[in-house]
Design a protein around this ligand. Structure first.
Ligand code: AHM
Ligand code: MG
Length: 357
C-alpha cells in the first residue's frame, strides 16, 4: 500500500498536512471540524488563558440540541405529538415536546456547572442555581410549537450572559440589554439539523451529521446578503397593522420604482424564518399591531438572541423605534416587535416607519 506523505514519519504539522493528505476524498469530508473542536480552537486563539468554562457550556448546549433533534425526529413514533394538557405563563397550551425540550435544557445546563440563572419560555420564573457558574442562559426550548404536529421545521433559541464574579445570581443577571450578550445560538430541527452560533464574531453554521452524532462546521462565517427579495410576515394580521407597516408590505408587493415584487415566505417558526433570512436575505417581521400592542415575540429568548446573530452576520434588527439590542428588559417574559434582515431592506422599511402618517 502506498504511504501517505509525512504521515508515515509521524510529522503532520498544524496547517501543513502534507501534499497527499486532503480534506475531501471521493466527495466525503475527511477533515470534519466538530463544534466542540471548533470551540476549543476559538478559545485557544481568542482567550488562551480561559479555563474552558464557555466550552463546557457550549458542549452542554450541543448535547441538549442533539437530544431534542432526536426526540423531534421520532415524535410520531413515541407518542410525543400533541398537547401535554398544561399551559405556560403566557397562557399558551404546552405541547409534549415543549415540556421534554424544556426539561432537557434545564437538566443539561444545570449539570454543566456553568450556569447560575436560567430563563425558559416554559417556566414562569427564573431558575436560580446555587453554587453554579458565571453564565446565565435564556432560551426558548422549542420555538414554533404550532408546527410540531405537522412535521414543519421548529427550533431552539438561546442567549448567553456572563456575570461578574462578585455579582450574586439573580434575575438582574439577565435583565440587561442584548448588547451585553456574550453569545447566542439557534438550532433548527428542519430537513437537516443546523446550529448557528456566535460568541462575539460572525456566526458559524454547523450541520448535525447523524452518522457521527456531531455538529460539523459547514460555514465558518455567515453574512446576511445586503438586500434580498423575500418578505416574511403573518399577513393574516394585516387588518391590525399600523399604516407604516401596511404601506411597507404594499411596497414589497408592488414596488413604487416598478421593480419586481418580493416573494412572500412565512413558515411561522421564527428559527426557520430567520435562518432563511440569514442565508437568502430579505426581511422577517413580527410587528406590534392593534391587538398585540408589543408584538408577539419575547425579547429575552427570541428577539435578542436573533437580533444578536443577525447583527453579528452584518444584518440589522429593529423595533418600530430603534435597535432591538438597545432595549433594557423590565421582566423576563416581556414581548417586543421585531423587524430583522438585510441591511438595505431594513433601511427601506425605516423610511416608512419614520415617515409622517
Ligand atoms: P412559540 O414560542 O409559542 O412557538 O411562538 C413563537 C412563534 C415564532 O416561532 C413565530 O415567528 C411566531 O410564533 C408565529 O406566530 P403567528 O402564528 O402568530 O404568526
Ligand atoms: Mg417561541
Amino acid at each position: 500500500m502506498r504511504q501517505i506523505a509525512n504521515q508515515s514519519r509521524g510529522v503532520l504539522s498544524q496547517g501543513n498536512m502534507g501534499a497527499e493528505v486532503k480534506g475531501v476524498t471521493n466527495g466525503l469530508s475527511t477533515d470534519p471540524l466538530t463544534l466542540p473542536q471548533w470551540v476549543l480552537v476559538q478559545q485557544q486563539k481568542e482567550a488562551p488563558h480561559a479555563r474552558g468554562n464557555l466550552s463546557i457550556l457550549l458542549n452542554a448546549i450541543c448535547v441538549a440540541c442533539k437530544f431534542v433533534d432526536s426526540a423531534v425526529r421520532k415524535a410520531g413514533l413515541s407518542d410525543l405529538l400533541g398537547l401535554a394538557g398544561t399551559g405556560n405563563i403566557q397562557g399558551e397550551d404546552q405541547k409534549k415536546l415543549d415540556i421534554v425540550a424544556n426539561e432537557v435544557f434545564i437538566n443539561v445546563l444545570r449539570r454543566s456547572g456553568q450556569c447560575s440563572v436560567l430563563v425558559s419560555e416554559e417556566v414562569d420564573d427564573e431558575v436560580i442555581i446555587e453554587g453554579g457558574g458565571e453564565y446565565s442562559v435564556v432560551f426558548d426550548p422549542l420555538d414554533g410549537s404550532s408546527n410540531i404536529d405537522c412535521g414543519v421545521s421548529i427550533g431552539t433559541i438561546l442567549g448567553i450572559y456572563k456575570k461578574e464574579k462578585t455579582e450574586a445570581p439573580s434575575v438582574k443577571n439577565v435583565l440587561k440589554s442584548g448588547r451585553e450578550l456574550v453569545g447566542a445560538a439557534y438550532c433548527l430541527y428542519g430537513s437537516s439539523c443546523s446550529m448557528v452560533l456566535s460568541v462575539g464574531k460572525q456566526p458559524a453554521h454547523f450541520t448535525l451529521d447523524p452518522s457521527l452524532g456531531e455538529f460539523v462546521l459547514t460555514t465558518p462565517a455567515m453574512s446576511v446578503p445586503e438586500k434580498g427579495n423575500i418578505y416574511s410576515i403573518n399577513e393574516g394580521n394585516s387588518v391590525l397593522w399600523d399604516t407604516a407597516v401596511s404601506r411597507y408590505v404594499q411596497e414589497c408587493k408592488n414596488p413604487s420604482n416598478g421593480g419586481s415584487p418580493k416573494s412572500l415566505r412565512y413558515v411561522g417558526s421564527m428559527v426557520a424564518d430567520v435562518h432563511r433570512t440569514i442565508l437568502y436575505g430579505g426581511i422577517f417581521m413580527y410587528p406590534a399591531d392593534r391587538k398585540a400592542t408589543k408584538g408577539k415575540l419575547r425579547l429575552l429568548y427570541e428577539g435578542n438572541p436573533m437580533a444578536y446573530l443577525v447583527e453579528s452576520a452584518g444584518g440589522r434588527a429593529i423595533t418600530h423605534e430603534g435597535p432591538v439590542l438597545d432595549i433594557v428588559p423590565a421582566s423576563i417574559h416581556e414581548r417586543c416587535p421585531i423587524f430583522l434582515g438585510s441591511r438595505i431592506d431594513i433601511e427601506e422599511l425605516e423610511a416608512f416607519l419614520h415617515a409622517k402618517a
